[in-house]
Ligand binder design. Sequence first.
Ligand code: PLP
Length: 397
Amino acid sequence: MIETSKINIKAADKLLKLPKYIFAELDEWKEEARKKGIDLIDLGIGNPDGATPAPVVEAALKSIQDPKSHGYPSFRGKIEFRQAIADWMKRRYNVTIDPYTEIQTLIGEKEGLANVAMAFTNPGDINIVPDPYYPVLSRGTWIASGEVFHVKLKKENNFLPDLNEIPEEIAKKAKIFFINYPNNPTAAIAPMEFLERVVDFCRKYSILLISDMAYGEVVFDNYRPISIFEVEGAKDVAIEFHSFSKTFNMAGWRAGFAVGKKEFIDIIYAMKSNIDYGTSTLVQDAAIKALTMPYEYVQKIMDEYDERRELIAQNMTELGWDVYRTPATMYFWLKIPKGYTSKEWCKMVLEKTGVVFTPGIAFGDMSDDHFRFSIVQSEARLKEAFRRMREAGIKFS
Ligand SMILES: *Cc1c(COP(=O)(O)O)cnc(C)c1O
């Protein structure tokens, strides 16, 4: 028998080559702090802290009692679910989507974003991803052995990518352009005139435009984000992705969907049907309820977030930060004080106060000068976090 030490089985290079997942490192820091007996206030995560609305839970309970929910689900999503999605897109964004051909339901949006990158990217292809970015927007490409061209999102451009910073030869070669508005982590929103420019750009260079609308409903002050399909000509180049996680406090259920023209949806379907069996019927039934229940359930979640947003903006301003405010998302994107990398500063704050922030570097190499403050803790815990920060002398200077 060959000696165990001589056996050498490794992960594929594309996995080994991936940059370290900073969120895993953050977990290690937290674990260490807990061991020292520090009471953590985690403002690092993007996991909604509230319960899923009761009607959704009840719909799931009812569904699980029905043997029809026990077999393999339909790949595309049951037609009742796709119809509910089409009706919702009409109601919220006034766009018309064919429920039979233009929707693919997903096991959470993240799965769809990874699969769409893999379905369209050949080894060596270039995809464009603004930095900072939600990790899967780059990692899907890397896993597909593609290259990522990053464009920096700058505050002076309201965290919208400057298309002039994309060299012509990159644009000509690019396969996919990923955008995410309302944006995680910067909270930026995209005006119509930007969306029109990016659609024009993608039409000009035959680039697939992926719009990640995970925060499309995490909005305040009556702001309504724009669906990419409200832009004329977008359907020829774009696919839009939506999630149930943030809107309905359903992160653990794993539900999302992609919308686009039949040819694109068929490609996602082809990819997925080789890998998974679709969203479980029980989750689909719950998701139908989420889309059709009175909007007040969503409003209640957002009203609570809005109070926290006020509290955070006020306190961070008092502590010296220039707070970038928009009417969307659960995040604040704030500058790291001079003299620190984002990891150094966040680690220092964690050790002194037990308050956890996400270092900007977790969202891309160009974002080491910021950190993300997430609002997903109760008002009482937020107040405690500010009390500790003041006591420890944490401020912007
Ligand atoms: C949370 C999030 C998603 C995906 O959420 P799922 O839970 O997988 O549906 C996608 N994009 C961004 C920017 C997110 O923050």
